[in-house]
Design a binder for this molecule. Structure first.
Ligand code: MLT
Length: 404
């Protein structure tokens, strides 16, 4: 027996597991320290009332012989696929059919798995910095080449730097890729992509026969009416783009688990193979459907009350984002993001490395954030804070940072 050699190439542990371990060690050594966590993008506000009632009702149904449900349909219940197609897409003028939406138990799972339906030698382009799951899952699949520890890059990955100079929006890839991962509003920088920027990528992907994997997990945080919420608002996206949707950040489902992936029928590989069929095939073999009660909770997000209640939740987190942005500016930091996204991206002071700043912040302010370099080489000298904490903790964290 031999372990999968691709896994052996992965440097260190997963970013957020690594941070959790460091924080645990610090807490053990400093039991009196009252640590405030603004690191991983995990929500803190309770589920909204519409979701809670739907959960209760669905649990009651499961306790009755007539309404009990076993395995969910592997592609998702029609009631949820329809609600999403209507409200997330058709209401925005996007031409997406109910059966093009595949329900799953989380966008992290889908963003890691989607690469499976592409050729093992596909070339992958990613923004730099990047949500680590996109790169790690391609490393596990063996298509990323060798790792260079000095530059923190993989030889077969095409990096698209997102820097202050380009407003954290990438230029087209320098070499022709097969897959292009885009996440907007962006994790980690909190930047958004304009309609023109996305059109540039869609036109390019259609021209070179590449597929865009568009992660829209943070779309609920867009406040600027000109910024697209879905890649399908862009002309030509149906023939080149897959979209990932999540219930985690808009409706607080990080502990419930629910998401969807959109694969239009018009999306074909260079030989005319429909990717929709491949993703359905993959679901059939590897997945038994998100729980009925959770899909009913997801449906409740689309009710009139649900929509109003999640808007209030998002607004509360955006109030935190304002506190962080304003406070850091007053403390003299260079900051961005936090206006159309729940992440604030700050430049570390005096050229400190991202990890040195992590240690300093933990030690002197007892605040946890995420080192920018953990997201890729262009994240070095940057740091991410999330707006997902409680309001009180956010205020206290910023007061402590100001005193550093
Ligand atoms: C993050 O902190 O980047 C996110 O919470 C990760 C995730 O959604 O899996």
């Amino acid at each position: 027996m031999q372990a999968n050699p691709n896994y052996l190439k992965l440097p260190g542990s997963y970013l957020f597991s690594n941070i959790a371990k460091k924080v645990q060690a610090y807490q053990a050594a400093h039991p009196e320290a009252e640590i405030i966590r603004l690191g991983i993008g995990d929500v803190t506000r309770p589920l909204c009332p519409a979701v809670i009632s739907a959960l209760h009702a669905a649990v009651d149904e499961m306790g009755q012989a007539e309404t009990f449900r076993g395995y969910a349909p592997d592609l998702g219940y029609e009631f949820l696929r329809h609600a999403m197609a209507e409200q997330d897409f058709r209401a925005r003028g996007c031409d997406i059919a109910d059966d093009e939406i595949f329900i799953s138990d989380g966008a992290k799972t889908d963003s890691a798995a989607i690469q499976e339906i592409f050729s093992p030698d596909a070339r992958v382009a990613v923004c730099d910095p990047v949500y680590p799951v996109y790169v790690d899952s391609n490393v596990m699949a063996g298509r990323t080449g060798e790792y260079d520890a000095d530059t923190q890059t993989w030889s077969r990955v095409i990096y698209m730097p997102c820097t202050a100079d380009n407003g954290f929006a990438p230029a087209l890839p320098a070499e022709t890729p097969d897959l292009i991962y885009l996440c907007f509003p962006n994790n980690p920088t909190g930047a958004v992509a304009t309609k023109d920027k996305l059109q540039e990528f869609v036109d390019y992907a259609n021209r070179v026969g590449a597929v865009i994997i568009f992660d829209a997990a943070y779309e609920a945080y867009i406040t600027d009416p000109e910024i697209p919420h879905s890649i399908y608002e862009i002309e030509g996206a149906r023939t080149c783009a897959i979209e990932l949707r999540s219930f985690s950040k808009n409706a607080g489902f990080t502990g419930l688990r629910l998401a969807a992936t959109v694969v239009p029928h018009d999306l074909k590989d260079r030989d005319g193979v429909e990717l929709h069929g491949l993703w359905a095939r993959r679901h059939g073999t590897k997945y038994n459907g998100a729980p009925y009660i959770v899909q009913r909770a997801g449906e409740a997000v689309y009710s009139a009350e649900g929509q109003q209640q999640i808007k209030e939740t998002v607004a509360a987190y955006m109030k935190n984002a304002q506190v962080i942005l304003q406070g850091l500016k007053e403390a003299g930091y260079t900051v961005s993001g936090g206006v159309n996204a729940p992440y604030i991206w700050l430049r570390t002071p005096e050229g400190m490395t991202s990890w040195a700043f992590f240690d300093d912040l933990l030690d002197r302010a007892h605040v946890v954030g995420t080192p920018g370099s953990g997201f890729g080489p262009s994240g070095e000298h940057y740091f991410r804070l999330t707006a997902f904490g409680s309001y009180d903790n956010t205020l206290r964290a910023i007061e402590r940072i100001k005193k550093m």
